[in-house]
Design a protein around this ligand. Structure first.
Ligand SMILES: [Fe+2]
Ligand SMILES: [Fe+2]
Length: 294
């Protein structure tokens, strides 16, 4: 089916059908861990363990928040609640894959560091639905951005397979979360909406800055320099909201300027991290997604 419709213009029933189709075959996809990974150094392996630990925590947090939201939403929108439940299940599946992958590379699930722990503790305490969904959407955006950049640089087949699965699915989760946010905002008061903009700006700046901390731990594995990752976060977190202009959350011009970016340029170009309807439909048949399309 060829359509230029943005995924965000699709109704909840369309997203539910997509998620149900994906769920039918999700557990059939297995990691091929038959070959041991030869690391260039112990530092590279240890950075890979840090990288995939961060991914594990993101999945864990996504799973918990999605299922909690599903329970709250069920009372007024059972169809949306089912979408949230299936979406949480996808994050749960990623968490399982990452557990298996970490064991394969001789890593363990580590306690969170101070910065990450504070981030997730604050996020875990968030109560307002629109706050949770906006935060999650921004996490999904930096997740899919990081995975895509790491995938471009990865060479080992097992690492590439793990990153391909994560990139493909998180790219699907970005427009899905835009849909969640729009549905939740439709029920949010004017006053509560006003509180979202300061949160968006705080997260925008903090997530860009978080690239610094992640470089210390993971750069030896993913080979993404700070300048590249921080600019990519500024660009993708910015472009998403420039395009979804009805959400009325536009990135700071001053921060964009720091990275040589402008709102009008972001508005003109499509974001590869926000997939089209065609890509979302292709992502249902998971093996049809081409790595080059990511
Ligand atoms: Fe995930
Ligand atoms: Fe996700």
């Amino acid at each position: 089916m060829v359509t230029n419709k943005r995924p965000s213009e699709r109704p909840t029933s369309w997203w539910l059908a997509m998620l149900q189709k994906r769920a039918e075959r999700m557990y059939d996809e297995k990691l091929d861990l038959s070959q041991p990974i030869e690391w260039a150094s112990e530092e590279e392996r240890s950075a890979a363990v840090a990288f995939f630990n961060a991914a594990y925590r993101a999945e864990e947090s996504g799973l918990t928040q999605a299922h909690q939201l599903a329970d709250e939403v069920r009372a007024f929108d059972p169809e949306l609640a089912e979408c949230l439940r299936l979406y949480g299940d996808e994050e749960g599946w990623h968490r399982e894959l990452l557990t298996e992958f970490l064991a394969h590379i001789g890593g363990e699930i580590r306690p969170m560091g101070r910065v990450t722990g504070t981030f997730y503790a604050l996020y875990g305490r968030a109560e307002r639905m629109e706050t949770i969904v906006l935060t999650n959407l921004m996490f999904e955006t930096i997740g899919s951005t990081t995975y895509r950049l790491a995938l471009r640089r990865a060479t080992h087949p097992a690492v590439r397979q793990m990153l391909t699965i994560l990139t493909r699915d998180e790219s699907f989760h970005v427009p899905l979360n835009v849909h969640f946010l729009r549905q939740v905002l439709a029920r949010t008061s004017w006053l509560a909406r006003q509180r979202l903009a300061p949160l968006y700006h705080l997260l925008y700046a903090s997530l860009i800055a978080s690239a610094w901390a992640s470089r210390r731990r993971a750069e030896r594995f993913d080979k993404i320099p700070f300048a590249v990752l921080s600019r990519a976060y500024a660009e993708h977190l910015g472009r998403l909201f420039v395009h979804e202009s009805d959400l009325r959350l536009a990135p700071s011009r001053a921060i964009l300027r720091l990275f040589g970016l402008r709102r009008d340029e972001l508005a003109r170009t499509d974001d590869p991290s926000v997939i089209t309807v065609e890509a979302a439909e292709a992502a249902v048949d998971r093996e049809r997604v081409q790595i080059t399309a990511l």
